[in-house]
Design a protein around this ligand. Sequence first.
Ligand SMILES: [Zn+2]
Ligand SMILES: [Zn+2]
Length: 59
Amino acid sequence: MAQEQNKKCAHPSCSCLVEKGKKYCSDYCHDARGTMELSCNCRHPHCAEQSVAAVAAAR
Ligand SMILES: [Zn+2]
Ligand SMILES: [Zn+2]
């Protein structure tokens, strides 16, 4: 029996959970899949806490 639960985003620096069947929480993470970043910029609340400065700089 397969236990499908929400998994973490495949982006190494992202700690968001993704829906089952998906690998990335957002297009941002999908596009950044080949990039090693210190912080995630997907703008989800969970990541925004960790990268407030980065979000502010991106605006
Ligand atoms: Zn994220
Ligand atoms: Zn993500």
